[in-house]
Design a protein around this ligand. Structure first.
Ligand SMILES: Cc1cc2nc3c(=O)[nH]c(=O)nc-3n(C[C@H](O)[C@H](O)[C@H](O)COP(=O)(O)O)c2cc1C
Length: 356
C-alpha cells in the first residue's frame, strides 16, 4: 500500500508556539530568537547534545545559557513541538485508512517525546534524524526511510523545497507542503472531500482528540484540590504551558477531564474520571515540586462530568484561557467557547476558593 510520508516541523507541527514560549523564557523577541534558533539546528538534529545547541543559540543572542537554562529550554522546546494542532488532527483524520509515516529532522529528545505522544500511534513508522545519524536533504536518510517503512512507494510532503527535491531524486513522489487542503487535493478523490468536516471519531483516532468524550454519561468521581505554584515568576508562563500540555495529552489517554484555574500563585484543579485513575493521578500531581500546600477541598462521586469536553481546560490569568476568566468579568470572554450553567456554577465555587 502507498505510504503518505509527512515531515513534522512546518507541516504537522508549528514552530509558532515553540518560538513564542522560548522567546518569553529567554526575554528576547520572537523574530530575534528565530534568527538564532534555526542555524545551529542541523547539528542538533544530527545528535548534538542539548547543552551545545542552547549554548550556540545563546551565543547568537549574546546571552549566557547555563546548563540549568539549557535543561529548561529543552523541556519547553520538546513540550511545545510535541503538541499536535487540531488542524493537523483533522488532516490525519481526513487521510482515513491511508498508511502514514513520519520523516523528520529532529533532535533525540523531541523524537523520544513524539514517540510517546498518543497521536504518534496514527503512524505506521517514524524516522528521526538524530536517531539514525542522518539528516534531510541527504540521500542516505531516504534510503533508510525505505528500509524502515518497508516500501519505496511513498508520497512525501515537506515544507522545505530542498528536501522535496532530494526525495524526488530518490524516486519518491514529493510535494512542497502548502497546507492540508492542498495535500488532500494532491492525494485526490475521497480524502479531499472529507476535509472541512468535523473529524470523525474513529476508534484508532479517539485517543488523539484533546477532548475527553462524555462516555457514557453518568456518575463520575471528582476531586478538587488547591495549592500554591512554586515556579519563579520569570518562568511561570512557560512552566504553566508545560503543565497544561502534559495534562492535556496524559489526561486524554486516561479518560480524565477537568479544569486548572490559576490566579497569581493560587491553583485550584478539578479532576473527573474513574476513581482509581483520578486518585493515582492526584498522587502524582501532589508530589510535583512545582507547587506545594496541596490540599483536597472536595472529593466524591457526582452526577456527571462538568468538563466532559476538556482533557484539562485552562482558566488562567495569563496565557490563553479556554474558558472565560470571570475573576475579572468579561475579560476575553467574547472569543471563548461559552460555558454551560454547570461549569459556571462549579467555576464560581472554585473562584471563591482562589480568592480566599
Ligand atoms: C498544578 C499542577 C497540575 C497538574 N495537572 C496535571 C494533570 O492534570 N495531568 C497530568 O498528567 N499531569 C499534571 N501535572 C503534572 C504531574 O505532576 C506530573 O508531572 C505528570 O503527570 C508526570 O507525567 P509522566 O508520568 O508522563 O512523566 C500537574 C502538575 C502541577 C504542578
Amino acid at each position: 500500500m502507498r505510504t503518505v510520508v509527512l515531515d513534522l516541523g512546518g507541516v504537522l507541527l508549528s514552530s509558532t508556539a515553540v518560538l513564542d514560549a522560548l522567546a518569553a523564557r529567554l526575554g528576547v523577541g520572537t523574530a530575534e530568537l528565530e534568527r538564532a534558533y534555526f542555524p545551529p539546528r542541523e547539528g542538533y538534529d544530527l545528535g548534538d547534545p542539548d547543552e551545545a545547541y542552547w549554548a550556540a543559540v545563546g551565543t547568537a543572542l549574546g546571552i549566557v545559557v547555563t546548563p540549568d537554562d539549557a535543561r529548561e529550554l529543552t523541556a519547553i522546546d520538546v513540550a511545545k513541538w510535541a503538541e499536535l494542532p487540531v488542524e493537523s488532527l483533522a488532516f490525519l483524520d481526513a487521510l482515513g485508512d491511508r498508511r502514514c509515516a513520519v520523516l523528520s529532522n529532529a533532535p533525540a529528545g523531541l523524537a523520544a517525546t513524539v514517540r510517546t505522544a498518543p497521536w504518534s500511534r496514527r503512524f505506521a513508522a517514524m524516522v528521526f534524524s538524530a536517531e539514525v545519524g542522518l539528516v534531510k536533504p541527504g540521500a542516505a536518510i531516504f534510503a533508510e526511510a525505505d528500509r524502515v517503512f518497508g516500501t519505496h512507494d511513498c508520497v512525501f510532503f515537506d515544507d522545505k523545497p530542498a528536501n522535496v527535491e532530494a526525495a524526488r531524486a530518490h524516486g519518491w513522489e514529493a510535494h512542497v507542503w502548502a497546507g492540508p487542503e492542498a495535500a488532500l487535493g494532491v492525494l485526490g478523490e475521497d480524502a479531499g472531500l472529507r476535509w472541512g468536516r468535523e473529524p470523525r471519531v474513529r476508534s484508532e483516532l479517539e485517543v488523539l482528540r484533546v477532548t475527553v468524550e462524555p462516555d457514557p454519561p453518568g456518575p463520575v468521581f471528582r476531586l478538587v484540590y488547591r495549592s500554591r505554584l512554586r515556579v519563579s515568576a520569570r518562568n511561570s508562563r512557560a512552566e504553566l504551558g508545560a503543565i497544561y500540555s502534559k495534562a492535556r495529552s496524559k489526561n486524554a489517554g486516561l479518560g480524565v477531564s477537568g479544569a486548572l484555574l490559576v490566579w497569581n500563585e493560587s491553583v485550584v484543579q478539578v479532576l473527573e474520571g474513574e476513581e482509581a485513575t483520578v486518585r493515582e493521578l492526584y498522587a502524582t500531581i501532589h508530589d510535583d515540586p512545582r507547587h506545594d500546600g496541596v490540599l483536597v477541598i472536595s472529593e466524591g462521586t457526582v452526577a456527571g462530568r462538568v468538563f466532559g469536553r476538556w482533557a484539562m481546560a485552562a482558566v488562567a490569568d495569563e496565557g490563553v484561557p479556554d474558558l472565560a476568566l470571570l475573576l475579572t468579568p468579561g475579560s476575553g470572554a467574547a472569543s471563548r467557547p461559552p460555558t454551560t450553567p454547570e461549569q459556571d456554577e462549579l467555576l464560581d465555587e472554585l473562584r471563591e476558593v482562589l480568592r480566599s
